[in-house]
Write a protein that binds this ligand. Structure first.
Ligand SMILES: Cc1cc2nc3c(=O)[nH]c(=O)nc-3n(C[C@H](O)[C@H](O)[C@H](O)COP(=O)(O)OP(=O)(O)OC[C@H]3O[C@@H](n4cnc5c(N)ncnc54)[C@H](O)[C@@H]3O)c2cc1C
Ligand SMILES: *[C@@H]1O[C@H](CO)[C@@H](O)[C@H](O)[C@H]1NC(C)=O
Ligand SMILES: *[C@@H]1O[C@H](CO)[C@@H](O)[C@H](O)[C@H]1NC(C)=O
Ligand SMILES: *[C@@H]1O[C@H](CO)[C@@H](O)[C@H](O)[C@H]1NC(C)=O
Length: 442
């Protein structure tokens, strides 16, 4: 009887402690800055400029971008360290809306948010700050440097933050397999067109992406036959039983056929069918594959195979250093890492990224990293859309579970909020401003 109120109290307590920790860090930084400005005003100008020590961040999605912002915020002005972000994409990809924009037309530009605005003002090197940003992919890493894919340049690092995420399969609707915005928008439009023109749509995978895409497609095109195939006994099987049954009800209510406990093994395009493991064939003129998100841990796997879990995630210590005592300067956060959080998402990725940032800053001051990531069930909340105007929020600690249904008014969901959060004016993007300030090599 008391479980729900206790869970609420626990959740509020967590939120409060989170706010207090942020305040404590910000206050201690301000004090440090004050002490610093009082003691070093005279001595700094004469010293010779030294080669900066690099804090290299690989990947600037939720985790890497948050780490870059936080470190840029808290590095002292005359620190000998700088941040080097390496990211091949020219825009931030807002994954949350991708299933929606695979179906709904005319909003695809909103999924690509211009970079730059989330960094503290003036922090790019081009503006005199401490963040160098390189538009490239890291091809390999060693104990003290990373090498770039297109130029082959080696960039030495003092600290390395691996935030390469879970886009290893890199396909819509979970990730956009393009590094530039016009091409990414084109891929979304192609997907919209194929879905629009299909009569018998088969969606593979009953996780969040599959459920959202199937329900959006059926609610936009009620006349289509939509079949969702999921290999487990329940859709959303990683979540609690209430969300599983709410999602199933949502699918059924729209008239989607759901096949569970079976999987699509091939697609026979000539015959126009999808073939299931059970031997069953279902009519199919377009198949959307919503499975196959995998952690992209290749870089660390080459250097430290023992730090990779069976599922391909990078094993981390509570400080989010990788689990290899010989490489104490390498950290991992976000979807690529195994942090024991139950449902990895943007929220847990951001919390981990700030912990990595504080630990790296301490380490630059020759202090032991001491902030730890302790997973909390509040990190694992999810909002799931069930058609164009319905959604449910879900929170739980594995024993007790809340379902909060709501009506969605904005077809572009949280896009505008995400632009604001990342320091961009929705949906103003002339692209060139940030890109003119970054480089392809160091
Ligand atoms: C369809 C969908 C809906 C979602 N909805 C929600 C939601 O509503 N709420 C929520 O909290 N979470 C949601 N998530 C989860 C969320 O998107 C992820 O948890 C989050 O994106 C993880 O961020 P990340 O930074 O770890 O990695 P990713 O977002 O996977 O990004 C990895 C980054 O690393 C870069 N990279 C990869 N390899 C290299 C390399 N070799 N060199 C340089 N850069 C590299 C990539 O270009 C990319 O920018 C959703 C996910 C999906 C797929
Ligand atoms: C879906 O994609 C995954 C990952 O790429 C792949 O392993 C799987 O075979 C694909 N399934 C279908 C039915 O195409
Ligand atoms: C996750 O759990 C494992 C096993 O208990 C532990 O070794 C590891 O340090 C934990 N990771 C984090 C980030 O707490
Ligand atoms: C690009 O954006 C900047 C800042 O928003 C603005 O000052 C500038 O005029 C824009 N340029 C074009 C060509 O729209």
């Amino acid at each position: 009887m008391l479980e729900k109120p206790l869970l609420v109290i626990n959740g509020v307590g967590f939120a409060l402690s989170f706010v207090l920790a942020a305040l404590r860090r910000s206050l201690s930084f301000r004090l440090k800055l004050l002490r610093h400005s009082m003691s070093s005003s005279s001595s700094s100008s004469s010293s010779e400029p030294k080669k900066p020590k690099n804090i290299v961040i690989i990947g600037a999605s939720i985790a890497g971008y948050t780490a870059a912002r936080t470190i840029a915020q808290y590095l002292l002005p005359d620190s000998e360290n700088r941040v080097v972000v390496i990211e091949p994409r020219d825009h931030f990809h807002f994954t949350w809306v991708l299933p929606r924009f695979c179906v709904v037309e005319g909003h695809e530009h909103k999924a690509f948010i211009p970079y730059g605005g989330y960094l503290p003002a003036g922090s790019l090197e081009a503006d005199g700050g401490k963040v160098a940003w390189i538009k490239d992919r890291v091809a390999s890493i060693s104990r003290d440097s990373v090498s770039l894919e297109s130029t082959g340049d080696e960039i030495p690092y003092e600290f390395l933050i691996v935030a390469t995420g879970a886009g290893a399969a890199d396909t819509l609707p979970s990730r956009v397999p393009a590094t530039d915005k016009p091409q990414g928008m084109e891929l979304l439009r192609e997907m919209q067109k194929r879905i629009r023109e299909s009569k018998d749509l088969v969606v593979v995978g009953g996780g969040a992406a599959g459920v959202e895409l199937a329900t959006d497609a059926k609610s936009k095109y009620p006349e289509k036959r939509v079949v969702l195939v999921h290999s487990r006994d329940a859709v959303m099987h990683r979540f609690g039983p209430k969300l599983q049954s709410t999602a199933m009800d949502g699918l059924k209510k729209l008239g989607i056929e759901v096949i569970t406990g079976d999987r699509v093994v091939s697609e026979d395009k000539e015959k126009g069918v999808a073939v299931l493991k059970s031997g069953k064939e279902i009519v199919c003129d377009f198949l959307v594959n919503c499975t196959g998100q995998r952690p992209d841990s290749r870089l660390v796997a080459q250097l430290s195979p023992a730090s990779i879990s069976e599922s391909g995630h990078i094993l981390t210590k509570p400080t989010l250093q990788i689990q290899d005592d010989s490489l104490p300067n390498i950290y991992a956060c976000g979807d690529v890492s195994e942090t024991n959080t139950t449902h990895p998402n943007s929220r847990s990725a951001m919390r981990q990224a700030s912990i990595v940032a504080y630990n790296v800053i301490s380490a630059t001051e020759s202090k032991e990293p001491k902030e730890v990531y302790i997973p909390h069930w509040m990190d694992g909340g999810i909002k799931l859309t069930l058609g164009l105007d319905n959604s449910v929020a879900n929170l739980g600690d594995g024993k007790t579970e809340f379902i909060i249904p709501s009506k969605e008014k904005d077809v572009a969901l949280m896009s505008a909020g995400a632009w604001h959060k990342l320091g961009a004016k929705p949906f103003v993007d002339n692209g060139s401003e940030f890109l003119s300030k970054i480089k392809s090599k160091i």
